[in-house]
Design a protein around this ligand. Structure first.
Ligand code: SF4
Length: 405
């Protein structure tokens, strides 16, 4: 459990839902900016926020930052174990230690004892990039290389596991078990292999992540493929995506990953949209972005909203949507739970759609409507005429459906 009364408690492991973490990108000593960034991440949905504390002035700043924020804060400690002790003194909620750069047993023991006294958990976070002592890399790789020689990057995996085992012995000797483990790499395959291995070897909650995943444009795939794979196998208790970008994206994408995997109850609307094709007759990409931003700002119930370019494939593609709009010739036809409620010109689609979403939200909140319930099947308009229209096509497809016994 991470946190306190003032910042809330976030469970990691056991029956707790998988949590989403992120990290501030600015200087912790720059107090106002740091507080603002933590607020921004919390507003985006971050359950826990980590801050870097490389210098004494950073841990000093924690005393002013902590009373001004509302989520549990983790101090990210590297090289200087004193920063951990100072952060604990300042009231931090969790410490992250890197076995690759704080290895002195006496120093680690000091941090463990201070955390024990305050009931603060510690993440033992090994990273591929900092795990190998550069000076004896060749010797270490030779010693450990055989252990996982059949796996890709077997040497690195062996070193990461060995380092974790060595480090955790210090914690076991101190009878300290309030631990979260991570073993990150930039290589998605190594991430999957490492977490599979540590989940089999250790009985501690796991913090999943692909370290230094790069710009969001490519880092998303690099991150969500291995993390999704692990989470689908039941591995992982808290996640952090690491983009070279505004960390708000890390939170948004982390939450979306958990939503689509059914590991978290969605907060706010879910937006479905078609990719468009040669049938499109409105500026759908702009409309989708406008709808996305407005829904994120205004809607708090997990209604499904579908924005479709036309009636040909739209009805099937938006099956299950509470609110749907099908675009036609510079117009949009809006449905609420299957019932056609409006036919508006293109420049009124957004505002009318939002009116319907707000009204539907109120109905859900007051119990007059139920999410996911359709009153009638969507009957799309016939935009072309008789032959070849969307409805004709749908009817034809229905007739051709095979009978499944
Ligand atoms: Fe094309 Fe219509 Fe499907 Fe959108 S809904 S991709 S416009 S067929």
């Amino acid at each position: 459990m991470v946190g306190d009364q003032a910042h809330g408690f976030v469970g990691i492991g056991g029956d707790a839902p998988v949590s989403v973490q992120s990290m501030t990108s600015g200087y912790t000593w720059d107090i106002d900016k740091c507080v603002a960034e933590i607020h921004k991440l919390a507003a985006a949905g971050a359950d826990i926020v980590r801050v870097a504390v490389p210098e004494r002035k950073d841990t000093e700043a924690l005393k002013e930052i902590l009373p001004r924020v509302s989520v549990p804060i983790v101090a990210d400690v590297h090289f200087h174990f004193q920063r951990a002790l100072e952060a604990i003194e300042a009231g931090i909620h969790k410490i992250r230690l890197n076995p690759g750069n704080i290895s002195d047993h006496a120093q680690v023991r000091d941090v463990i004892q201070a955390c024990k006294a305050r009931k603060i958990p510690i993440r033992v976070g090994v990273n591929e990039g900092s795990i190998i002592e550069r000076k004896d890399k060749q010797r270490r790789m030779k010693e450990l290389g055989g252990v996982f020689s059949d796996a890709k990057h077997g040497h690195l995996l062996a070193i990461m596991i060995a380092k974790l085992e060595e480090y955790l012995e210090i914690f076991q000797a101190e009878d300290f078990h309030d631990i979260v483990i991570s073993a990150k790499s930039i290589d998605p395959e190594l991430v999957v292999a490492a977490y599979r291995e540590i989940s089999a070897r250790f009985d501690y909650p796991l913090h999943l992540g692909v370290t230094h995943a790069g710009p969001k444009e490519t880092g998303t795939i690099r991150s969500v493929v291995p993390l999704g794979h692990l989470l689908c196998s039941g591995i992982g208790d808290t996640i952090r995506l690491s983009y070279a970008n505004d960390p708000v994206y890390e939170v948004e994408d982390g939450l979306e990953l958990l939503y689509v995997l059914g590991l978290r109850q969605r907060i706010g609307a879910e937006l479905i949209a078609c990719p468009t094709c040669g049938r499109i007759q409105v500026d759908l990409f702009k409309l989708v972005q406008d709808v996305r931003k407005a829904l994120a700002k205004e809607i708090s119930v997990p209604m499904k909203v579908a924005v479709m370019g036309c009636v040909v494939n739209g009805p099937g593609e938006c099956e299950g949507a509470d609110i749907a709009i099908f675009a036609g010739d510079r117009k949009g036809i809006i449905y609420v739970q299957g019932e056609r409620v409006a036919n508006v010109p293109e420049d009124e689609i957004l505002s009318r759609l939002l009116i319907e979403c707000r009204q539907f939200e109120q109905k859900v909140k007051s119990g007059q409507a139920k999410l996911g319930e359709k009153k009638v099947d969507i009957l799309p308009p016939d935009p072309i005429g008789t032959v070849g229209s969307g409805w004709e096509k749908i009817e034809k497809d229905r007739r051709q459906l095979p009978v499944v016994k």
